[in-house]
Design a protein around this ligand. Structure first.
Ligand code: ZN
Length: 295
């Protein structure tokens, strides 16, 4: 009996085990093509996988939940030209805020304002002072002075220009993703992003703080665009001084000048900035609103 068992054990090791192992190996090998196919092979799918590991996405089209049940307000005659392109909604008595916003919008190219559908003004405190992108802007009219309000407005208009004015042909995806939306490779904004960024969440290796107009511009490519736009419009002279000593900033200045503002430059009416340091964000720079608004 013992002899048979010993013989069986020998047989098991010699024949049975190798056959089972061989069958398992064969099964794995035959499944291999299926495993490989399960991984993305096209560019869109590859980006979709990449987006899962990106840090917090840009917030430019994140909308606040506000009640703008009011009907659009009538425009004063001098703003009639603007009424054709966008409307201003208010959730309370915000005439002064509306007047400042309307006047400031007249300072921007009509091509930019035409990309906008609505500006929603609120008398309530929002989590952020403003939101912009995908055709509309939400602005908080309380707890900030007129100059800061215009600073926030112009920053949000930067998002509108980035997303709604500069658009691509939607043919192929770039490495840049705004939430779940791919920025097309032929969108002119991609040329701007590429100055300092490799994708939506990663700055190019060789960039430094000095390559950005503000610390906030370093958040992501979309904030970089909006901050650069705001600095160009409100502090053009200071931006120019900073760009004189930095090639990345010079590229960003030139992009705004030629690709966004048709060669138009802004003088700026604000405080002189230290070119070897960077401010936190564009709205923190003091400037004369009267000078900016004067015709
Ligand atoms: Zn922003």
């Amino acid at each position: 009996m013992q002899k048979i068992m010993a013989l069986n054990g020998k047989l098991y090791r010699k024949w049975f085990l190798p056959r089972v192992l061989g069958a398992i190996a064969l099964a794995i090998l035959s499944l291999l093509p299926l495993i490989v196919l399960a991984f993305p092979v096209n560019k869109f799918a590859a980006n979709a996988v990449k987006s899962e590991i990106l840090p917090a996405p840009a917030i430019k089209h994140e909308k606040s939940i506000l009640d703008f049940g009011n009907k659009p307000v009538a425009f004063a005659p001098e703003y009639f030209a603007l009424a054709a392109s966008f409307e201003i909604n208010k959730d309370s008595d915000l005439d002064h805020c509306e007047e400042i916003v309307s006047k400031a919008m007249l300072k921007l190219p009509s091509e930019h304002t035409a990309a906008l559908t609505a500006i929603n003004l609120t008398g309530k405190k929002m989590e952020r002072r403003g939101y912009g992108g995908y055709g509309s802007i939400d602005l908080q009219c309380v707890n900030l002075d007129d100059a800061e309000l215009v600073g926030v407005l112009v920053h949000e208009m930067g998002h509108i220009v980035d997303i709604d004015y500069l658009t691509g042909g939607y043919t192929a995806a770039s490495a840049f993703i705004d939430f779940d939306r791919y920025i097309p490779a032929d969108d002119a904004s991609v040329d701007f992003y590429s100055i300092s960024w490799v994708n939506s969440g990663r700055r190019a290796k060789e960039t430094s703080k000095m390559d950005f107009v503000s610390i906030y511009a370093m958040t992501d490519p979309f904030e970089d665009f909006a901050e650069t736009y705001a600095m160009y419009v409100l502090h053009g002279d200071q931006f120019k001084r900073m760009a004189a000593g930095n090639s990345a900033l010079q590229e960003k200045y030139d992009f705004m000048k030629y690709d966004v503002f048709f060669g138009q430059e802004f003088n700026g009416s604000g405080q002189r900035l230290n070119t070897s340091a960077r401010i936190y964000d564009s709205t923190k720079v003091k400037f004369s609103l009267d000078k900016f608004l004067e015709v």
